[in-house]
Design a protein around this ligand. Structure first.
Ligand code: TMP
Length: 212
């Protein structure tokens, strides 16, 4: 178990499509669980029944029919429910929460990718999170053309957005990571998955050690 503390540890994984986040989510959770640490894994959009329904509706939409502000608000709605139902209660129990995507994806995709006004994006995030930020964010960094090669034609409408869109998203993640190096670590998503797990786990361990 994590040592007794009022708040757990909130870790998020970020990156473009096909960066290997879900593989790392499982591997990192396994590392924590064998040490007896209560670990909750989740994803956005999704993570709750309402969030998963919103995910299905949004990601199965036709490319042309989703207004960009509507898209922003669906991610925000999923996030608000996710925090209320799953993330905050887990952190209050002192658990380790590892989440595949969080608010930084909204900044990368809706602000940098779609070009929505930064103030509007920030307001939607504040509304959904009430200021909750991850303790640690791991960027699995892959170039946009590698992401494209790793995803398939049947992927969701955001994955089918053009290469320029995904290049702007990538630039967004890189810029977010550079602007807050205390919270972010950047790992080359092209290296072997085991090596990625090792590097990421080393960082998570430092935070767990600080709590003792
Ligand atoms: P995933 O397939 O990596 O789980 O992510 C679902 C898609 O949703 C992916 O294309 C990224 C996108 N997304 C946003 O555009 N904004 C967000 O806030 C989140 C959480 C995801």
């Amino acid at each position: 178990m994590l040592p007794a503390r009022s708040e757990g540890l909130f870790v998020t994984l970020e990156g473009g499509e096909g960066a290997g986040k879900s593989t790392q989510l499982k591997a990192l959770a396994n590392r924590a669980r064998v040490l007896g640490i209560e670990t909750v894994t989740s994803r956005e959009p999704g993570g709750t029944p309402l969030g998963e329904s919103l995910r299905n509706i949004l990601l199965n939409a036709n490319d042309s029919e989703v207004d960009h502000r509507a898209e922003l608000l669906v991610f925000a709605a999923s996030r608000a429910q996710h925090l209320a139902e799953l993330v905050r209660p887990a952190l209050e129990r002192g658990a380790l929460v590892i989440c595949d995507r969080f608010s930084d994806s909204t900044i990368a995709y809706q602000q940098y990718g779609r070009g929505l006004d930064p103030d509007i994006v920030a307001t939607s995030i504040e509304l959904a999170t009430d200021g909750l930020k991850p303790d640690l964010t791991i960027l699995l960094d892959v170039e946009s053309h590698v992401s494209r090669e790793r995803t398939t034609l049947s992927d969701d409408y955001l994955e089918r957005a053009g290469i320029e869109f995904h290049e702007r998203v990538h630039a967004g993640f890189v810029s977010l990571a550079a602007s807050d190096p205390d919270r972010w670590i950047v790992i080359d998503g092209a290296i072997a998955p085991d090596e990625i797990t090792e590097l990421a786990w080393n960082q998570i361990s430092k935070y767990l050690d600080q709590a003792t």
